[in-house]
Design a protein around this ligand. Sequence first.
Ligand code: ZN
Ligand code: ZN
Length: 342
Amino acid sequence: MKALRLEAIGDLFVREVDIPSPGPGDLLVRVEACGICGTDRHLLHGEFPSTPPVTLGHEFCGIVEAIGDHVSDIAIGARITGDPNISCGRCSQCRAGRVNLCHALRAIGIHRDGGFADYVTVPRKQAHEIPLSLDPVHGAFCEPLACCLHGIDLSGIRTGSSVVVLGGGVIGLLTVQLARLAGATTVILSTRQAAKRRLAEEVGATATVDPSASDIVEAIAGPAGLVPGGVDVVIECAGVAETVQQSTRLAKSGGTVVILGVMPRGETVEIEPFDILFRELRVLGSFINPFVHRRAADLVASGVIEIDKLISRRVSLDEAASVIAHPPAAGEVKVLVVPNRA
Ligand SMILES: [Zn+2]
Ligand SMILES: [Zn+2]
């Protein structure tokens, strides 16, 4: 079969490899779709720790083709979405229920072979069944949606809340939708790209702002802004210094800021601790997807999440390496790899 292998940092190409055989507790899954994510670009450039040689791809769905020993509760032919993050279940964080902070966390597509291939093996406990009636590529959105769902859970959004989402990529556009589902009645998205502002309004943003056209802190939280005094919840989904800096200033006193975007390790921003203290802001990190993958899969299966509009293009395994090697094109939201069928 074909697999897109990170052979070393900076060294990514398609190779012919053997179809893996499922070990005890594993499923062999024929990949239907696997999303390309910013993390894949970070992995290629060594900005995110990994263990090459490894097949990348952590946002995948597919059909169970074979079952390893000790698996009895899923049938061949079932469609699954994979939760890539495997916690050890034994360390102090796992025992305290904080599995995303596991000391020995390993991820499919980062530390063991992932979904940019014709087939992937997945531990049964990481696989969540989704309906065969679903569009085959929609399952690839469960993983990014689960990460957004964890951020929404942490944010404490309530019915009637006001929310600002910073960033118009796939994480921002999924977060807008979840904020509305959580009951927020004002959801403002900020992004420079006009196409993404239009898309945000189509998927539920009540307003959008262009940070290159005006001072968005003034435009949103200023006395004549959209929400004078600031919003209940700010969710940073861009992972850039400028938006992280804006995030605390957009929150109202007593408000919450959630950091969901990934900034490169080691990069820093200036903040004003007095402002966080004096206005009693809650500033939270949201890391991956503890115990939310099943809910995300159910949301995708229910059809309440607009997914088709977030798919910019579908590419083959052979095309994927160059997509990952280049920054996303303007207006591009999500590129899906659809492997060659065996
Ligand atoms: Zn990802
Ligand atoms: Zn652990």
